[in-house]
Design a protein around this ligand. Structure first.
Ligand SMILES: Nc1nc2c(ncn2[C@@H]2O[C@H](COP(=O)(O)OP(=O)(O)OP(=O)(O)O)[C@@H](O)[C@H]2O)c(=O)[nH]1
Ligand SMILES: [Mg+2]
Length: 301
């Protein structure tokens, strides 16, 4: 039998916080893999989303990464390490920038990290739908790369599905020859428990103000599937302080109920079945600085 030559590789999606990396990943795949909120530093772990083309000749393993930033705690240091680790094992780099603004310090930090890596680089100017001076912005971002080779595209990860598909095609075309890294049909490397916890965290982050979103972590403690299709998910919402706990629960439990209802709705859509979701708020003091707690919450050191 003739061998079919397959092409496969790791494609790291990098950039400063809040530029739309996770939005791009989800829309490249057509599946919700990664949480999205309007708040920076939403993504905390390198999440892999896998795309295999219909002919089963090409497989791209997209790695969504936390936004590169100046870390303030052990969690932040972990997040930046996730970016470095994604970059150490990559075939293609996709640098997402926000076309609404010229480069900030954090963009310079990203540029410094990728400029000298000898891998194909695609700069994606995102949020084209709301950018006033996209060409000028793109010019400034390009300048941060000096005379390094790259290609670029301007689009809206949110509003331009056809451009996102075209980007996916251009990425697929430059994948190196390799056997597939994941079985055909897999969409992500994360467990269903971790993924469900991320949906809960997304809805909690959206509904909590000030510092609290950053002090929230989630962990699914139990997952039961009943014969009639109902899935029961038990999830802890972890916060750092007793007063955060009170805010997360809200008056008469109203805030927690709101978070739970929104998360349940999302889970029902994506899992296509009825969900019972039970949330419990727990306090782990200062977990963002506590190596053991970080490990327990899935942020392995
Ligand atoms: N108008 C507009 N908004 C976008 C677009 N892409 C993403 N957003 C919004 O930008 C915000 C951040 O999006 P994310 O995908 O979470 O950004 P990220 O880069 O993954 O952020 P971190 O994980 O925090 O680093 C969200 O409110 C998105 O809805 C776009 O093309 N146009
Ligand atoms: Mg993200």
């Amino acid at each position: 039998m003739e061998d079919v030559q397959t092409h496969s590789g790791f494609v790291a999606i990098i950039g400063k916080p809040n530029v739309g990396k996770s939005t791009l990943l989800n829309n490249l795949l057509g599946v919700k893999i990664s949480p999205i909120t309007s708040k920076p530093q939403t993504t905390r772990r390198g999440v892999r989303g896998i795309y295999t083309n219909l002919d089963k000749t090409h497989q791209a393993v997209f790695v969504d990464t936390p936004g590169l930033h100046k870390p303030k705690d052990a969690l932040g240091r972990y997040m930046n390490q996730e970016v470095s680790s994604a970059l150490s094992d990559v075939d293609i780099m996709v640098w997402v920038v926000d076309l609404r603004h010229p480069p900030a310090d954090e963009d310079q930090l990203v540029a410094r990290n990728i400029r000298d890596l000898p891998k194909p680089l695609i700069v994606v100017g995102n949020k084209l739908d709301v950018a006033k001076y996209p060409d000028e912005a793109m010019k400034y971002y390009s300048e941060l790369l000096g005379d390094r080779e790259f290609t670029s595209v301007m689009l809206s990860a949110q509003e331009h599905p056809e451009k996102v598909m075209a980007l996916r095609e251009s990425i697929i075309e430059i994948l190196p020859e390799n056997p597939f890294f994941f079985p055909v049909g897999s969409a992500s490397d994360q467990s269903r428990e971790f993924w469900a916890g991320e949906i809960v965290r997304e809805e909690a982050m959206k509904r909590l103000g000030q510092e609290i979103p950053y002090a929230v972590a989630t962990r699914v403690t139990d997952w039961q599937e009943r014969q009639d299709g109902l899935i029961k998910i038990y999830c802890d919402l972890v916060v750092e302080r007793v007063n955060h706990r009170m805010i997360a629960i809200g008056k008469g439990g109203s805030k927690l109920k709101e978070i739970g209802q929104a998360a349940r709705k999302q889970l029902e859509v994506f899992l296509n079945t009825k969900i019972y979701l039970e949330l419990q708020v727990q306090v782990i003091s200062n977990w963002r600085e506590d190596p053991e707690a970080l490990r327990e919450l899935g942020y392995e050191q």
